[in-house]
Design a protein around this ligand. Structure first.
Ligand code: ZN
Ligand code: ZN
Length: 155
């Protein structure tokens, strides 16, 4: 393998810390997710193949699920969307999704650590110890909003 970039060195060290071998496949998937945050597996496959054309869909799925288990990647599933992946992990950030075009933006955690919110339990529910509050904001992005405001019969 050629010399690793600083970014790849960090991932290599993390992989080794988890007892994983540092492979071209794993590094290509990490780079693809890093450079295309909030991408579905298909998009990650396409991006990673630019670097590693022999990469198979199957191996990308395996790597994605393994790295998610190791918490080197975070996976989240907005409604009506395939699972999306990102390398921004461990900071308890949330997501805003445009209900019109599916665009996803990160939203920083309001308190800076999990859980971001604590529930108010109603009388007939049994309170739980909350570890994570994963908030999904849904709205309309600026692009979709400006499209919707265009005059209708502009020809
Ligand atoms: Zn939109
Ligand atoms: Zn995110």
């Amino acid at each position: 393998m050629t010399a690793l970039t600083a970014e790849q060195e960090t991932w290599a060290a993390e992989l080794r810390a988890h007892g994983r071998r540092v492979t071209k496949q794993r590094l290509a998937v990490l780079a693809a997710v890093q450079h295309h945050p909030h991408s579905p597996a298909e998009g990650i496959l396409a991006a990673a193949r630019q670097e590693l054309p022999e990469l198979t869909a199957q191996s990308v799925y395996v790597v994605l699920s393994d790295l998610t288990d190791l918490e080197m990647l975070r996976r989240f599933e907005p409604p009506h969307s395939p699972a999306l992946y990102e390398t921004r992990v461990g900071d308890n950030h949330h997501h805003a999704v445009c209900t019109s075009c599916g665009r996803v933006e990160d939203v920083d955690c309001a308190v800076g650590h999990a859980p971001c919110l604590t529930p108010h339990w109603s009388g007939n529910s049994k309170p739980m110890t909350i570890r994570i509050a994963d908030v999904l904001y849904q709205g309309i992005c600026q692009d979709c909003q400006s499209k919707q405001q265009l005059p209708v019969n502009l020809t």
